[in-house]
Design a protein around this ligand. Structure first.
Ligand code: FPP
Length: 254
């Protein structure tokens, strides 16, 4: 299981190893151009391609994209259907390209609400890219951080019913090993486009010690240059994980 930032000090590198992104601003990008909001989502898929490619080239190992939150079902039905169609199209069209780039696809979230055809395409795409290891691309779909913690709690208690009778024995790792991305390290860098500064029920457990980067750019305008700007900012951050700056300097001098 990956190292927990609250239980140990994770190794850090100049290039973030795990980048998590809230791809916000598709609707406003389209509205500014007098286009339907759905045109912004279609353009957003192109930005996904650019960022996946750039992350692979820069040595990022894990990229997690928030494509559809548990709360996005509240949107107008035609926008929800368009987003579902985009997922289906992307899964049908992009798998060969992901394989060429050594990208392993994971879809994380509660799949049970998706129509069977989409569930089957997701399962197939995950199997077809399972041998790749260069970049792990996780698409969070019908995902919510609270859902994740709840499903992990249920799974933990099913596996260890004795813990319910002795809750003092429960430690972080009991729960964390059942989170939907237990196999990945925690995100080093969180990026949110579109000007809002919130986490919106994304990876709320896993973002405990992530560096948070917010930009006003809309997601369809995001690409390699904007990613590099975020990485440059990331390099300036002092990641202390609860320690003092003096301790970091002492460690570096050793
Ligand atoms: C937020 O913008 C974006 C979404 C809810 C959907 C993101 C989906 C994509 C980028 C396309 C599909 C992705 C994949 C991985 C195939 P918003 O609509 O909230 O924008 P707004 O805040 O300007 O209204």
């Amino acid at each position: 299981m990956a190292i927990s930032s609250t239980q140990a000090i994770p190794a850090t590198q100049a290039v973030p190893q795990h980048v998590a992104i809230i791809m916000d601003g598709n609707g406003r990008w389209a509205t500014r151009r007098h286009l339907p909001r759905t045109a912004g989502h279609a353009k957003g898929v192109q930005a996904v391609r650019r960022v996946v490619e750039a992350c692979g080239r820069r040595g990022v190992r894990y990229l997690t994209l928030f494509a559809f939150s548990s709360e996005n079902w509240r949107r107008p039905p035609e926008e929800v259907s368009l987003l579902m169609r985009l997922f289906v199209q992307a899964l049908e069209r992009e798998v060969d390209k992901l394989n060429e780039q050594g990208v392993r696809l994971h879809v994380v979230g509660d799949m049970s609400r998706f129509e069977p055809r989409l569930q089957a395409l997701i399962a197939d795409a995950q199997v077809r890219t399972a041998a790749n290891d260069r970049l792990h691309l996780s698409v969070a779909a019908n995902y919510g951080g609270r859902w994740d913690i709840l499903q992990a709690t249920r799974a933990m208690l099913s596996q260890h019913p004795e813990l319910a009778r002795d809750p003092q024995r429960i430690d972080e790792s009991h729960l964390a090993e059942h989170l939907s991305m237990a196999w990945a390290p925690e995100p080093d860098l969180f990026i949110r486009t579109g000007g809002e500064q919130r986490i919106s029920n994304f990876l709320i457990w896993q973002l405990a010690y992530a560096e948070l980067y917010f930009t006003d750019q809309y997601w369809p305008d995001f690409g390699a240059a904007e990613l590099d700007a975020a990485f440059e900012w990331y390099r300036t951050r002092e990641r202390r994980f609860g320690r003092t700056s003096a301790q970091l300097r002492e460690d570096a001098a050793r």
